[in-house]
Ligand binder design. Structure first.
Ligand code: APR
Ligand code: PHB
Length: 390
């Protein structure tokens, strides 16, 4: 079997890349180890930056997002029982859209299949070969048999735990890693959101986040140990702790049936470079951000935009300039998102090792932010999203 671009992974990065390449007249095959049902049901992120919203609309897969997405023009930072609203629209002229990642995956799969796209589910890639030649190939297992996919380009969209990144020889790559001393306990609940906008709460007991998926489904998180034992957290205990951390005069957190709960550890990670011969890494395969800044999905989309531009120029005219500079182009945006996500995480979470002095400095930084249009604007510009290609 042969194609132009072999894509490992049918998450947002792999699917969006296949879709945009198709629009550019470039064929691809997507290989996904999980089933279609699994990837379409995986609950992940929910905030779309304005440039990503525009990319989905411009590429013809924004119809359900426009119908079901929740447009927000601000977010609230809550501490000491007070809210400071970051007026995204007033400060930047733009907003965000809250729309579930799993719905984007569903929309992209539907679009690719309707266009005759080749997505192979339950197909696990076990090797990427001859990456330093002009004839790389992928070996994958499906239906108990081993297969080979010959291609001109290999796109590693297989997430943090995939095989693509580690296929690059250790001597040819450098990793930058920071693990945080906490994680997030996240819930999905069948109850109307208790706030019209996303609320980030910094409390002495720890961080909490109130988000949503629809007018009737809430998404909330609370800071916990990275290895927190979920069995110790009854629904009542979760709602009680969230109520304490999200407390504010005049605010009441509505609880309801919890349909899903899980603990996510938090880390910052980048691998450089994001390319090796004919292999290009995109999304979580190349970088991980703590979810505080809601950047993971959006960074994956930006990598896709950069590689689509590069492959379009290369396949059409043999121009290698964008391809040769793919990694440095992506990393300009990746590191700005890493800094923002690290800053938001450091600002809003409780660090057990913090001295009383450091805790006061953390609170003073929040106060300084609340009192400065310039500081609030800087937060807003990063939150609504930098241009996809810097
Ligand atoms: N062969 C085939 N598929 C694989 C392999 C493999 N060897 N290894 C991993 N995969 C698949 C996974 O099953 C998954 O569906 O690759 C896909 C990677 O998707 P994601 O992990 O969602 O990564 P990405 O597409 O970069 O999207 C990043 O997803 O994890 C969230 O917070 C993250 O919002 C961000 C977004
Ligand atoms: C979410 O809705 O899942 C969400 C919102 C904002 C974040 C992280 C996650 O910063």
């Amino acid at each position: 079997m042969r194609t132009q671009v072999g894509i490992v992974g049918a998450g947002p990065a792999g699917l969006l890349l296949s879709h945009l390449l198709h629009l550019a007249g470039i064929e691809s095959v997507v290989l996904e180890s999980r089933s279609r049902a699994y990837v379409e049901a995986r609950i992940r992120a929910g905030v779309l930056e304005q440039p990503v919203e525009q990319l989905l609309n411009d590429s013809g897969v924004g119809e359900r997002m426009r119908a079901e997405g929740l447009r927000h023009e601000g977010i609230a930072l809550r501490t000491g029982g007070r809210d400071h609203r970051i007026d995204l629209a007033a400060l930047t002229g733009r907003g965000i859209v809250v729309y579930s990642q799993h719905k984007i995956v569903q929309d992209l799969i539907a679009a690719r299949l309707a266009a005759g796209g080749d997505i192979r589910f339950e197909a696990t890639c076990i090797g990427l070969h001859d990456l330093r030649t002009d004839a790389p190939f992928i070996v994958y297992e499906q239906d108990g048999r081993t297969h080979r996919l010959d291609c001109a380009i290999v796109a590693g969209c297989d997430g943090f735990h995939g095989i693509a990144r580690d296929t690059i020889p250790a001597a040819a790559r450098q990793s930058f890693d920071r693990e945080y001393p906490f994680g997030w306990l996240g819930i999905l609940a069948d109850v109307a959101p208790s706030s019209p906008e996303v609320v980030y709460a910094s409390h002495d007991r720890g961080f909490a986040l109130l988000s949503m998926r629809s007018p009737s489904v809430s998404r909330l998180y609370l800071q916990c140990a990275p290895d927190e034992d979920l069995a110790q957290w009854s629904d009542d205990r979760i709602w009680s702790e969230l109520s304490v951390r999200l407390a504010r005069d005049g605010f009441a957190l509505q609880d309801g049936p919890i349909s899903q709960k899980g603990v996510t550890p938090m880390r910052s990670f980048v691998v450089e470079p994001m390319q090796y011969g004919r292999l290009f890494l995109l999304g979580d395969a190349a970088h991980i951000v703590p979810p505080t800044g809601a950047k993971g999905l959006n960074l994956a989309a930006a990598d896709v935009a950069v590689l689509t531009r590069a492959l379009t120029a290369w396949f059409r005219s043999g121009d290698t300039n964008y391809l040769d500079t793919y990694s440095e182009t992506c990393l300009r945006r990746v590191w700005k998102a890493q800094r923002f996500s690290w800053w938001m995480t450091s600002l809003l979470h409780r660090f057990a090792e913090h001295s009383p002095f450091e805790r006061r400095v953390q609170q003073a930084e929040l106060d300084a932010l609340f009192g400065s249009v310039a500081a609030s604007t800087a937060l807003a510009e990063n939150y609504v999203g930098l241009p996809l290609i810097l």
